[in-house]
Design a protein around this ligand. Sequence first.
Ligand SMILES: [Zn+2]
Ligand SMILES: [Zn+2]
Length: 318
Amino acid sequence: MKCTRCRKTQAAVDLPSHHSAFCPECFFVFFRRQVEEGIRNFSLLSPGDRVLVCVSGGKDSLVLWDVLMELGYDTEGLYIDLGIEGYSSRSREKVQSYAGTRGKEPIVVDLHAEGVPIPLAAKSIRKEECSVCGKVKRYFFNRVAAERGFTAVATGHNLDDEAARLLGNLLHWDRDYLSRQHPLLPGAGEGLVRKVKPLWRVSELETAAYGFLKGIDYVIEECPMSEHATSLVYKDALSLIEEKMPGTRRKFYQGFLEESRRWKEEGADEENAAALPGACAVCGAPTYAEVCSFCRLKSRVTNPGDVLKTFYGFQGRS
Ligand SMILES: [Zn+2]
Ligand SMILES: [Zn+2]
């Protein structure tokens, strides 16, 4: 099959959901345009931004970093060492070697040194590893960005991730999560930095093809702790539908973004309108509670008998 764009070269990437097939060069053009359009749709980034890109060593985040640099953004990479034996050192290596090829040195946060390696943290508070991990990562994304003067934090979530998350939120009718699911989470006050997902328009397959054709070396294994993650079930379910009806995943997620825009315009979300966060009494990070959820977690992991226990009753998000 010939490339549907230049009609000269043999196609290397077949994209049934776009009724297209591209040669490598045309695919790069297509991919960059999709990302640019995703950024423009919701004004995720502007040329003056200093962007902190959260890189795990997996394909999505390294592709994100790569494409943002190609688009001319001022970026640095942040790697969080989760303290998971074997997996963490292998993924850290991938991040460092990729960064090296672009003349960069990633910022590294080591959760062992911070006293909250994920396996220990999950065990201490008897919660699912992925939810603990998500909370700890979000905390450091924001903290590092705020401390070092970044204006945006970018993560590598792609269309498949966001559609799977939407399906999960809908299956549980989780109104609170639904109202906050978006490629753009605006910053607030001094300490809460804007969070963006510039890859929300591109699929996992497209991201993988970009990484492969660009020769980006990434860690292929999944995190060993995510083996039973429910998000993988939702992804499989959507893949099954997508296979029979190409384009469904995109319509599903874009349709949701359209709808949620309408709900917001109609003021249905007024009750969720964000008040400005206060500062955590322990670390100063922005939070809606007295002590931020990271500090509460950390005190439970490091000293279970801590005085902070009194704050455990506090409900609030941070
Ligand atoms: Zn072509
Ligand atoms: Zn705190």
